[in-house]
Design a protein around this ligand. Structure first.
Ligand SMILES: Cc1cc2nc3c(=O)[nH]c(=O)nc-3n(C[C@H](O)[C@H](O)[C@H](O)COP(=O)(O)OP(=O)(O)OC[C@H]3O[C@@H](n4cnc5c(N)ncnc54)[C@H](O)[C@@H]3O)c2cc1C
Length: 293
């Protein structure tokens, strides 16, 4: 389908310029373009009708992964292909690389960005679920110059809804410095390889000196209402070591506390079984990464 008329297209070379362009329009009239993998479909189907498209692709300041004493900063315009191979995202934050590696196909991974995925917040998307597990924070800047940081738990709202205001640009996704023994992993199951997940499970673990779980975050994607944390399961994982039979009981808890839908891809029971089986796989990977294996 042809898109509705777009009156203006701008390709700023600085964030300031991008925000100035956004500030000229009423809320929702100007939209930022990242990789275009979701936005262009939405424009073509007239789900959204921006008067102005502000293309962020020339903004070098929004690109790349950097690590320092305070943690890791992933620019909003960092593409999946860069995230999946970044050396800083192999252990504690490996769930983000796992998610990026299996998003769509090669073309989507070469264009799509972490910022675009989080700002779009499609219900079944991989990146929001993986971010929910690792506990990232969103760095936002508004057209009025106000900067704020929003934890992913508060950023992700209902389907296609986030805490971002229309005039705010997502600058970066930040991750706290992780302790030495931390690991995370994400795995999904879709009807075909690398399709949107019927269920995706992400887990983040911090281990104590004896190898037992000191802190866990477990998130499930592929749900009709968007990704959710399984907080009962997280509590049940505390104190468990790799191979402990209590891990399966914690995943049973996740399967029972997460509301799963039945649709033409899979019924609710099948989805709950996926939470258990994918959950066992990601726990094993996260334990191994946390132990430096
Ligand atoms: C064939 C295909 C298969 C796919 N498979 C999967 C899959 O398996 N798993 C999965 O998770 N996703 C999948 N996707 C979706 C994909 O992940 C998209 O890349 C992602 O949803 C959007 O990222 P983008 O960079 O393309 O953003 P865009 O489409 O450019 O933008 C998306 C939205 O975010 C806003 N936005 C973007 N960047 C910013 C910013 N910095 N600040 C403020 N607002 C911003 C835009 O205004 C727009 O509303 C698939 C897409 C396609 C086309």
């Amino acid at each position: 389908m042809y898109p509705a008329i777009i009156e203006d297209y701008v390709r700023p070379t600085s964030v300031d310029e991008a925000l100035k362009a956004a500030g000229k329009y009423e809320a929702g009239e100007a939209m930022f373009l990242a990789g275009g993998q979701s936005l262009m479909q939405a424009v073509k189907s007239r789900l959204v009708r921006p008067r102005c498209v502000i293309d962020l692709q020339a903004l070098k300041e929004l690109k790349g992964v950097s690590a320092g004493g305070g943690g890791i900063r992933i620019g909003a315009m960092t593409r999946y292909v860069e995230i999946m191979s970044d050396p800083n995202l192999k252990t504690a934050y490996g769930a983000l690389a796992d998610a990026a590696e299996h998003v769509g196909d090669r073309q989507v991974r070469n264009r799509g960005t972490i910022g675009g995925s989080l700002c779009w917040n499609y219900v079944a998307a991989c990146m929001p679920a993986a971010n929910l597990a690792v506990g990232s924070s969103m760095e936002l800047l508004s057209a009025t110059g106000k900067k704020r940081a929003v934890m992913v738990d508060d950023f992700i709202k209902g389907p296609l809804e986030t805490a971002r205001a229309d005039d705010e640009v997502l600058l970066a996704v930040t991750l706290p410095a992780a302790p030495a023994k931390a690991g995370s992993a994400y795995k999904k199951w879709g009807v075909v390889t690398d399709a949107l997940p019927v269920i995706g499970v992400a887990v983040y673990l911090e281990l104590d000196g004896g190898g037992a779980i000191a802190k866990a975050r477990l998130a499930v994607g592929g749900l009709a209402t968007g990704p959710k944390r399984a907080k009962g399961a997280e509590a049940a994982l505390a104190g468990k070591k790799a191979g402990d039979p209590g891990l399966a009981a914690a995943l049973d808890k996740a399967a029972s506390e997460i509301e799963t839908q039945s649709d033409h891809w899979a019924d609710s029971t099948y989805r709950k079984n996926l939470i258990r089986t994918l959950g066992a796989d990601v726990l094993a990977s996260a334990f191994a990464r946390a132990a430096g294996k």
